[in-house]
Design a protein around this ligand. Structure first.
Ligand SMILES: Nc1ncnc2c1ncn2[C@@H]1O[C@H](COP(=O)(O)OP(=O)(O)OP(=O)(O)O)[C@@H](O)[C@H]1O
Ligand SMILES: [Mg+2]
Length: 263
């Protein structure tokens, strides 16, 4: 019997907002919970997620450390669009039938593979840097008045993929979550402006905003090791555990809880 996984797509048409960072940490968090995870890298040109997982596989002591791994497939684009889409569909069907959750990392630009990937989402997680510049792909904001003029390209794209799902006859609507990333305590005014605009936009475009991830070295320092702060409990030599890690662990739990897999 084929099992239908819960599908989490991590997407934002803007580059460098933390999609791959969130994908990595989400995958490891879900594995830590004892779930089986399939993962797909659609951004296979940059291949950040694929390299991270290769780094994790390469850890010589991974058996000893009991490092869990997802079943991971990269789907790089070729000049043949139809073949690419067929391949992504095939990889997706394979993983969705075998795992509890499928996590898909997407590129920071509009691409047909990214659109197809988005159409599989039960949950769409959009990391957003806490800056008005990054808000621009979600909505056009009028300078001066700070009023939202209209939703912009990425919001429209998500809307389009909702239609594709409806045409396929899927009844479940996508749960769209916006996750503020790299939050810092500096610049309180910008933070307030963002909060207000996001709350307004959430109602208009149909997403929910959840507490985000702080700007923390621990989210990037262990990339080459293929580790995350969640692995540190196992006392890996050379990494110190600190208060920042405790906070980061809470932030990740907040994200996983917000997705609400057991609901
Ligand atoms: N919460 C965070 N704290 C510290 N650094 C972060 C955080 N989130 C992301 N970064 C860093 O920001 C940079 C961009 O992150 P990442 O590669 O995850 O973004 P992306 O959206 O996948 O980018 P692209 O669109 O190019 O695929 C990386 O150097 C990453 O380590
Ligand atoms: Mg990326």
């Amino acid at each position: 019997m084929s099992k239908r996984a819960h599908v989490i797509v991590v997407g934002n048409e803007k580059g460098g907002t933390g999609k791959s960072t969130v994908s990595m940490h989400l995958i490891i968090s879900l594995l830590e919970q004892g779930r089986s995870v399939g993962s797909i890298d659609i951004d296979a040109r940059q291949a950040t997620l694929s390299r991270y997982i290769a780094n994790r596989e390469a850890r010589k002591d991974r058996e000893e450390l009991a490092l869990a791994l997802p079943e991971h497939v990269a789907v790089p684009p070729t000049p043949d669009r139809e073949a690419d889409e067929a391949r992504l569909q095939e990889v997706f069907d394979h993983l969705a039938a075998r795992h509890d959750v499928v996590v898909i990392d997407t590129p920071g630009s509009d691409h047909y593979l990214s659109r197809l990937g988005h159409s599989f989402a039960d949950t769409l997680v959009t990391p957003l840097n806490d800056s008005l510049i990054d808000l621009d792909v979600l909505a056009l904001v009028e300078p001066g008045t700070m009023k939202i003029r209209r939703p912009s390209q990425y919001s429209e794209m998500v809307w389009e993929t909702k239609k594709i799902r409806a045409m396929r006859g899927e009844r479940k609507v996508v749960d769209w979550i916006v996750l503020r990333n790299r939050l810092s305590n500096l610049d309180a005014r910008n933070k307030r402006d963002m909060e207000k605009l996001l709350a307004e936009l959430a109602k208009r475009v149909g997403f929910r905003v959840i507490p985000g991830l702080g700007e923390r070295v621990i989210y990037r320092s262990m990339f080459l090791e293929g580790l995350t702060l969640l692995d540190l409990r196992r006392k890996i030599l050379g990494f110190d555990f600190s208060m920042s890690h405790v906070a980061a662990r809470q932030e990740l739990r907040g994200l996983v809880d917000a997705i609400g897999l057991d609901r």
